[in-house]
Design a protein around this ligand. Structure first.
Ligand code: CP
Length: 301
């Protein structure tokens, strides 16, 4: 595809191909330096460590020219809009813009514009989608289990505000996994019913293969917090006691940053069954696969 906005347009076979591409980059000792003519700008209007820096490492591993862009020192501070910023970057020769923005579907006006030529990669749009996180998550699950068919996967926590949950539920469902949700009931709405069922945490931990915990998105909450950290951890979190009920081969995922001792016990972040560090490492290779995919579109067009 010319742009990478969501994993929705990718068929099951294409998703497996993307995973294989990411794993091939991971296994290789050297990476293609065929992109030395490519200029890429990373525009992050929301804070990020993993997504921003792993895109940057992926771009540099592939030999791309990374144009430094900081929203705080750009003309955005003079009131320039996202549209005009991307129009400018496209006009001066940015081939790719990787964008994270607090507005859901920020990319629509960019894709509709005949003047904007640059490839757009969605690095997270508000509470909408986080497709590069989703690719690294499915890559990590595939690396562990070799398939998705029949796997029992739980997505737990701040479902309503999480873009990771929205991207992953659609993709994991399409890949044949059985999905379950848990966390505060008020964050579970009808959208999730189409993909899986709500199960209480104490029951859930006993039978799932993958326990995907979500960050509580304090910055997207309009009201005062309904729970104290301790209350949340005891009621909905992966406590040390609950972890002991998990199946031997079951793994723990979390997109991070982790609120330690809230979504999961701090000691579980680096526990033997945790794949949280692997997720971060895989993020670089998943993003190399994404960059390679959009650049191939350009070459074939
Ligand atoms: N998982 C994730 O998107 O982390 P960052 O917000 O640090 O990029």
């Amino acid at each position: 595809t010319k742009h990478f906005i969501s994993l929705d347009p990718f068929s099951k076979e294409e998703l497996l191909y993307l995973i294989q591409k990411g794993l091939a980059f991971k296994q290789a000792n050297e990476w293609p330096q065929a992109y030395q003519h490519v200029f890429v700008a990373n525009l992050f209007f929301e804070n990020s460590t993993r997504t921003h820096k792993s895109f940057e490492i992926a771009e540099r591993k592939m030999g791309m020219n990374v144009i430094p862009f900081e929203a705080s020192t750009s003309s955005v501070q003079k009131g320039e809009t996202l549209y005009d910023t991307v129009l400018t970057l496209s006009a001066i020769g940015a081939d790719i813009c990787v964008i994270r923005h607090y507005e859901e579907a920020f990319y629509k006006e960019l894709l509709d514009s005949p003047s904007i030529q640059t490839h757009i990669i969605n690095a997270g749009d508000g509470s909408g989608e986080h497709p590069s996180q989703s690719l690294l998550d499915i890559m990590t699950i595939y690396e562990e289990f070799g398939s998705f068919e029949g796997l029992h996967i739980a997505i737990v926590g701040d479902l309503r505000h999480s873009r990771v949950a929205k991207s992953n539920m659609k993709i994991l469902h399409r890949l044949g996994a059985r999905l379950y949700f848990s966390g505060p009931k008020e964050w579970f709405d009808d959208r999730f019913n189409d993909y899986g069922q709500y199960v209480d945490m104490d029951e859930l931990v006993t039978f799932v293969d993958v326990m995907m915990m979500l960050r509580v998105q304090h910055e997207r909450h309009e009201n005062q917090e309904q729970f104290s950290k301790t209350q949340y951890h005891q009621q909905y979190g992966l406590t040390l006691i609950r972890e002991q009920q998990m199946k031997d081969q079951a793994i723990i995922l979390h997109p991070a940053p982790v609120n330690r001792d809230v979504e999961l016990a701090s000691d579980l972040v680096e526990a033997p069954r945790s794949r949280i560090v692997t997720q971060m490492s895989n993020g670089v290779f998943a993003r190399m696969a994404i960059l390679d995919t959009v650049m191939h579109y350009k070459e074939e067009a």
